[in-house]
Design a binder for this molecule. Structure first.
Ligand code: F6R
Length: 611
C-alpha cells in the first residue's frame, strides 16, 4: 500500500527521502515521487516504477544535493487512476506553491473536484488525492496548518497526508484520519512516515498520530493539535527494533530472512510468558484478572489473511485446551454482519501491522458493543493495539516481506499461550498445564530442525515448480495450516493453490484431481493421521502426485507418497508451527524456481489500509 516519508532538518533531504522510500518498498507500489522545498522553491520529481528510477531522475537536479533540507515523498499503489508519473504523488497546486502526499481514499472526491473545477482550478491527474492540494491552496491565508485543517474538514474517507509549501521552507504539516502516520523525533531534525521502518535509520523515538490529529513539524519542534484544534501532547514511544532488523542482511529476500528468524521470533513471543512450574502462561498485557478470565463464555477472533488463519488455529486451541466456544470471523464480515456480542464475549482481533482497515473496523464494532477486546499485534503503538486498549504483542520484529511468515508463527504461539492461561483458569490441571508449557518451550527448537532441512525442501520444490495447480489438505489444527500453506504459494509464486479440509475433498474438489494437480497432504503423526492416509490413497487413485508433510521416521507415509517433507515429532498443538515453516520454505523455493519477485508480489500490499 502507499508509503509516506517526510523530512525536515539540517541535512540534505533528497537522500534521506529516497532511503525512506526504499524502506517502504516492501509495502508494494507502482510509482514514486518527492517534493523538496527550499527558500521560495518547490521541486517535484515523479517516476513510474521503482524508487531506483526516481533516484536516477533526482540525479538530474544536483542543486538538491546540499541545501534543500525539507521535503516529502511517496510510493503510490494505484487505486484511482492508472500508474503513471502524472498520477504519482506528490500533487502540487497550479502555482507549485503547495505539495501533498496522501495515503487513503477521498470518498467525496467527485463532488470536491466538480466544486473546485467550477471555481477554475485545473487538475493534472485522475487521482482522488489531487483535490486535497487545491483545497489547501484555496483555504490558504498565510498559515499552512490552518489551511490544511480547513481542507481535511471537507474530506470524507480516509487520509494520512503530509504537506509542504515553498512559502514555509522547513515546515511539514501532517494530518491523519484512518491511515497511519507516525512522527520520528530526531536531534535537530524531525520526520513523518506512514510506517516506522522508514524512520529507523534516523530515530527510534516516535509519536503516533491519532485520528483527527494535525501536526506542524519543524526541525526544532512539533506543534500537535487534536480533532478540535486543541493543542495536545502525545506520548513519545521508544521503538525497540533497530535498522538492521529491517534490512536483508545476507539473505536474498526478506521472506527467506524472516522464515529463518522464526526460532528467535517464536522464542521472543514466549519469552518470560511461561511459568513451567505452575503450568501456566503469564500475559500481563491482557489485563484480565483470574475472575475476569473465568467469566469469559465465548471467544470471537477477527482478522484477515494469514492473521485469520492463525486465528483458526487458535479456535482449536481455545476449544480443545480451555473448553471455550470460539468462532473466527473474516474481519470485514464481522464489521458488516451485526455480530452478536454478549457481555462475556472476548473478542481477539489479530493483525501483524495493526493497521488493516477491516480489522480496525472490527475492533471499533466490538469496543462499541461493549465486548472485552484483546488484540494480538506485532507493531507496537499501531492503531489496533491502541484502540483495543489491551493486548499481547508478538515481538516478532519488523516483518518486511509482503507474505507473512514470522508474524503467523508468533500469532499461533501467542494464541497457544492464551489458551494455556484460559485452560488453567478452568479445566486444565497443573501437571497438564506444565506438560503443555514444556511443549511450547520446545517449539523454537522444532522450527530450527525444519530449517535445517531447507536444502531438501528446495530439491522437492524444484520437482514441483512447473505445476500450475495445487491442493493443500489437512485436518484439525493442520486444516488452517493447509490454508496458510496454500496462501503462501499463491501469493509469491502466482500458482493456483487451494487449501481444503481433507474430508472436504470428496465433496467436490476431488473432481479436479489428476496427474496435473499435486496434493500437499499434512499427514503428521497426530490424531487424524489415519484418516489423512485414506485421503492420500484417494488422491493417488486419481493419479495426483502427493507430497506429504509427515513426522520424522514415518515410513508408511513415505511409501504412500511421491515426496515427503519430514518434521519433528510433536503434539497436535505444536504441529502447526514446524509444519507452517516447512510449507513457507516449499512456497519460497517454488517462487524462486519460477523467477518470481518474492518480496513484492504483484498486486499485493503489505498493509491493507483501505477496504
Ligand atoms: C499473507 C498476508 C496477508 C495478511 C493480511 C492481514 O501473507 O500477509 O494475508 O496476513 O493482509 O494483515 P495484518 O496481519 O497486518 O492485519
Amino acid at each position: 500500500m502507499c508509503g509516506i516519508i517526510g523530512y525536515t532538518g539540517h541535512s540534505a533531504a533528497a537522500p534521506i527521502l529516497l532511503d525512506g522510500l526504499r524502506r517502504l518498498e516492501y509495502r508494494g507500489y507502482d510509482s514514486a515521487g518527492l517534493a523538496l522545498v527550499g527558500a521560495g522553491t518547490l521541486t517535484e520529481i515523479k517516476e513510474v516504477g521503482k524508487v531506483a528510477r526516481l533516484e536516477e531522475a533526482c540525479a538530474g537536479f544536483p542543486e538538491l544535493e546540499n541545501d534543500v533540507c525539507c521535503g516529502i515523498a511517496h510510493t503510490r499503489w494505484a487505486t484511482h487512476g492508472v500508474p503513471s508519473a502524472v498520477n504519482a504523488h506528490p500533487h502540487c497546486d497550479e502555482k507549485y506553491e503547495f505539495a501533498i502526499v496522501h495515503n487513503g481514499i477521498v470518498e467525496n472526491h467527485h463532488e470536491l473536484r466538480a466544486h473546485l473545477e467550477k471555481k477554475g482550478y485545473h487538475f493534472r491527474s485522475s487521482t482522488d488525492s489531487e483535490v486535497i492540494v487545491h483545497l489547501i491552496a484555496e483555504a490558504y491565508e498565510g498559515d499552512l496548518l490552518s489551511a490544511t485543517a480547513a481542507a481535511v474538514r471537507q474530506l470524507s474517507g480516509t487520509y494520512g497526508i503530509a504537506v509542504v509549501s515553498s512559502r514555509h521552507p522547513g515546515l511539514i504539516v501532517a494530518a491523519r484520519k484512518g491511515s497511519p502516520l507516525v512522527i520520528g523525533l530526531g536531534e535537530g531534525e524531525n520526520l513523518i512516515a506512514s510506517d516506522i521502518s522508514a524512520l529507523l535509520p534516523r530515530t527510534r523515538k516516535v509519536i503516533y498520530l491519532n485520528d483527527g490529529d494535525i501536526a506542524a513539524i519543524r526541525p526544532d519542534g512539533i506543534d500537535l493539535r487534536d480533532v478540535s484544534n486543541v493543542p495536545v501532547e502525545r506520548e513519545v514511544a521508544k521503538i525497540d527494533w533497530d535498522a538492521a532488523a529491517a534490512e536483508k542482511g545476507n539473505f536474498p529476500h526478506f521472506m527467506l530472512k524472516e522464515i529463518f528468524e522464526q526460532p528467535e521470533t517464536v522464542e521472543n513471543a514466549i519469552r518470560g510468558r511461561l511459568n513451567l512450574e505452575m503450568g501456566n502462561a503469564v500475559l500481563n498485557g491482557l489485563e484480565l484478572s483470574p475472575r475476569d478470565l473465568a467469566q469469559i463464555s465465548r471467544i470471537v477472533i477477527a482478522g484477515c489473511g494469514s492473521s485469520m488463519h492463525a486465528g483458526m488455529v487458535g479456535e482449536y486451541y481455545f476449544e480443545d485446551i480451555a473448553g471455550i466456544s470460539t468462532s473466527v470471523e473474516q474481519a470485514a464480515e464481522f464489521r458488516y454482519r451485526n455480530p452478536i456480542i454478549e457481555p462475556n464475549t472476548l473478542v481477539i482481533p489479530i493483525s501483524q501491522s495493526g493497521e488493516t482497515a477491516d480489522t480496525i473496523a472490527a475492533v471499533r464494532e466490538a469496543v462499541g458493543k461493549g465486548a472485552l477486546v484483546t488484540a494480538l499485534c506485532n507493531v507496537v503503538g499501531s492503531t489496533i493495539a491502541r484502540e483495543a486498549g489491551r493486548g499481547v504483542y508478538l515481538h516478532a520484529g519488523p516483518e518486511i516481506s509482503v507474505a507473512s511468515t514470522k508474524a503467523f508463527s508468533s500469532q499461533v504461539a501467542v494464541l497457544l499461550l492464551m489458551a494455556l492461561l484460559l485452560g488453567r483458569n478452568r479445566r486444565l490441571s497443573r501437571s497438564e498445564g506444565s506438560e503443555l508449557a514444556r511443549e511450547i518451550e520446545q517449539a523454537p527448537e522444532l522450527i530450527r530442525q525444519v530449517l535445517a532441512q531447507a536444502e531438501t525442501i528446495r530439491a522437492i520444490a524444484k520437482r514441483y515448480a512447473a505445476f500450475d495447480d495445487f491442493f493443500y489438505i489437512g485436518r484439525g489444527c493442520l486444516y488452517p495450516t493447509a490454508l496458510e500453506g496454500a496462501l503462501k504459494l499463491k501469493e509469491i509464486s502466482y500458482v493456483h493453490a487451494e487449501g481444503y479440509h481433507a474430508a472436504e475433498l470428496k465433496h467436490g474438489p476431488i473432481a479436479l484431481l489428476d496427474e496435473r494437480h499435486p496434493v500437499l497432504a499434512l499427514a503428521n503423526d497426530i490424531p487424524g493421521r489415519e484418516k489423512i492416509l485414506g485421503n492420500i490413497q484417494e488422491c493417488r487413485a486419481r493419479r495426483a502426485p502427493v507430497v506429504a508433510v509427515a513426522t520424522v521416521g514415518d515410513r508408511e507415509v513415505e511409501q504412500l507418497t511421491d515426496d515427503v517433507i519430514f518434521v519433528p515429532a510433536c503434539s497436535r498443538f505444536i504441529a502447526p508451527l514446524p509444519t507452517a515453516v516447512a510449507l513457507q520454505l516449499f512456497a519460497y523455493f517454488i517462487a524462486v524456481e519460477r523467477g518470481c519477485e518474492i518480496d513484492q508480489p504483484r498486486n499485493l500490499a503489505k498493509s491493507v489500509t483501505v477496504e
